[in-house]
Design a binder for this molecule. Structure first.
Ligand code: COI
Length: 331
């Protein structure tokens, strides 16, 4: 039983080493390199690969694995929007992800960003750093005075709703698939347009599937309240970033917090200090007082990393044993 793990970061190594120690019958090798058509050959002779999302798993990459006789791939993350499922189907790939590694990690981060925006901490911190300790004009807004529109009521969206209720915010929600509890609480609105019309703050918790591509665009932004606050810790491709920038320029969007960016591969999780960003839009967004940027770190907690490694390695082993792990992706 042999598993090859790609893209193993230093912070993942303790969890991986614990898993290896607990499963001595399995041979595990790992690299910090990401899986691509070139690195696929490192997995020659292995039964399964364990990966996490950064690069796209294209037809080329899946073909390279298929040619090595490998058709078992376990993702250490939740998103599967980078997989060419047509190719995966053709090569009969068994795939798993980790849908619930820690919904709290992402939900908490999104609400922290929301409250930072409402209390204008970016401006306050900059003032304090310059030793300007005056209050005005940096007056904040309270969470309990906001109607927060939660788009997506899966595991992460529901934790976000719990936290928001703790703050006393009025929560409304939209999802194509209704959750019984949220339904029982009467929090769903029927259409996105209703949510756009009522929400002071909009926070996204939906996957980056094609149906959701650029759902936040000039047309949807026009339906939102003037001075809306938008938070996106889900997927960059949910937003047409040019339309969001235009909304910020016009003042239609008062504040924006983003943890994800459509063109983030090769940009996020890279040290750009003393170097120019290759993408002027990200430089523009970071420079704005009313925009908070974090580089896809909402997921990044000790608990989440432990779960991502452990659950995905368990799934890799289950596939090798001819079992279907609970977290197998149905596609
Ligand atoms: C996910 O779990 O899908 C994330 O967004 C985290 C990242 C490691 C890709």
């Amino acid at each position: 039983m042999k598993i090859f793990a790609y893209g193993i970061r230093d912070d993942e190594q303790p969890a991986l080493k614990d898993w290896i120690a607990a499963n001595p019958e399995v041979t595990v090798e790992f690299t910090d390199k990401l899986l691509d058509p070139e690195t696929a050959k490192l997995a020659e002779g292995f039964d399964a690969v364990n990966v996490y999302q950064q690069l796209d798993y294209t037809r080329e990459t899946l073909t390279a694995l298929h040619e090595l006789g490998i058709n078992k791939m376990s993702l250490r993350n939740v998103g599967t929007d980078n997989i060419d499922f047509d190719a995966a189907r053709e090569f009969d790939f068994s795939i798993s992800n980790v849908p619930v590694y820690s919904p709290n990690a992402i939900a908490e981060h999104s609400i922290i960003q929301m409250s930072r925006v409402l209390r204008r901490t970016k401006e306050l911190d900059a003032k304090v750093a310059k030793h300007d300790l005056r209050w005005a004009p940096t007056i904040g807004r309270e969470m309990r005075m906001q109607t927060v529109g939660v788009i997506g009521t899966g595991n992460i969206g529901r934790v976000a709703m719990q936290i928001l209720k703790g703050f006393g915010a009025k929560v409304i929600a939209y999802d194509l698939f209704h959750n019984d509890q949220v339904e029982a609480e009467g929090l769903y609105v029927d259409t996105l347009d209703e949510l756009y019309a009522q929400a002071d703050v909009i926070s996204l918790y939906v996957p980056g599937v094609p149906a959701n591509h650029h759902m936040i665009n000039a047309e949807s932004i026009a339906k939102m309240k003037d001075g809306v606050v938008i938070v996106n810790a889900s997927r960059g491709n949910l937003m047409d970033i040019d339309d969001v920038i235009a909304g910020l320029d016009s003042g239609k969007i008062a504040d924006f917090a983003m943890d994800v960016y459509e063109d983030e591969v090769g940009l996020f999780n890279v040290d750009w200090s003393n170097k120019e960003f290759p993408d002027p839009k990200i430089a523009d967004l970071i420079a704005r007082e009313n925009v908070l940027v974090t580089p896809h770190t909402a997921f990044y907690t000790t608990k989440a990393v432990l779960e991502m490694v452990t659950q995905s390695m368990d799934a890799s082993l289950a596939f090798i044993n001819g079992e279907t792990p609970k977290i197998a992706v149905k596609y």
